[in-house]
Design a protein around this ligand. Structure first.
Ligand code: FE2
Ligand code: FE2
Length: 236
């Protein structure tokens, strides 16, 4: 059986030396930071609801996909913890309030359920979605550099690397368990990209392509990169 690649780092350790006093700013700047960071936080947090939905629907059937999703869920919780700390540091919020606000959000999987037919379509969706996330975070470098401390640059680097690994781990499940269905990946991704045009994000973790970073070009390039990775032979 293939096992997922894991990365070992801790946002708690990374942000250890920072305090909110180091990042005070005018209300408008704090507001802008919040507007940027809050969607990043809640989309990471929504991973737990996707995982729950998959369990309810009994969608995961192979040991490879189960191992991937367990590792993935731990990483997304790590990202959630990191974003909570960043918002505490730069946007005047407390962990307690943020957690309450997160818990109060609704989740509706019905708009994306037609794309979650089986484990294979789930893995294709996640491989693509994580590639998009990886590239979207990469486009946010100027924001993090603008916060004025190199720790945020390091944070972004770790998160980007995690998202790239998530995409590759999902790709590896496809290559290991679904070789015979690789011809279906292109049409599934075309369908997803088409659907994402009219989809309002409802707390589903996947298909969170709102915001200016998620351009048509980013989606098309992420599709290409995912297809390319899936086409490569699996070396274990
Ligand atoms: Fe993440
Ligand atoms: Fe991820």
């Amino acid at each position: 059986m293939i096992t997922p690649v894991r990365r070992n780092w801790s946002p708690k350790e990374l942000f250890n030396g920072l305090t909110p006093a180091m990042f005070t700013a005018e209300p408008s700047a704090v507001r802008a930071r919040w507007d940027k960071l809050w969607p990043d936080l809640y989309t990471e947090y929504d991973a737990r609801y996707l995982k729950q939905e998959l369990a309810t629907r009994n969608l995961v059937v192979t040991a490879e996909a189960a191992a991937f999703l367990n590792a993935w869920a731990i990483d997304e919780e790590r990202h959630t913890d990191g974003f909570i700390r960043i918002i505490e540091l730069v946007a005047n919020e407390s962990e307690k309030d943020l957690r309450e606000r997160l818990d109060a959000r609704p989740h509706d999987f019905s708009p994306i359920i037609e794309h979650l037919k089986d484990e294979f379509s789930l893995m294709v969706m996640i491989a693509f979605d994580e590639m998009c996330t990886c590239r979207a975070y990469a486009a946010e470098k100027p924001f993090y550099d603008g916060l004025g401390n190199k720790t945020f640059h390091l944070w972004l680097r770790e998160v980007i690397a995690d998202e790239a690994v998530h995409s590759m781990n999902a790709v590896n499940v496809i290559r290991a368990c679904y070789r015979d269905r690789i011809g279906q990946v292109g049409p599934i991704l075309d369908n997803l990209i088409r659907a994402s045009d009219n989809l309002r994000y409802c707390g589903t973790f996947v298909l969170d392509y709102f915001g200016t970073v998620y351009s048509k070009e980013l989606l098309a390039n992420s599709r290409l990169a995912t297809m390319r990775n899936i086409a490569k032979p699996l070396t274990v």
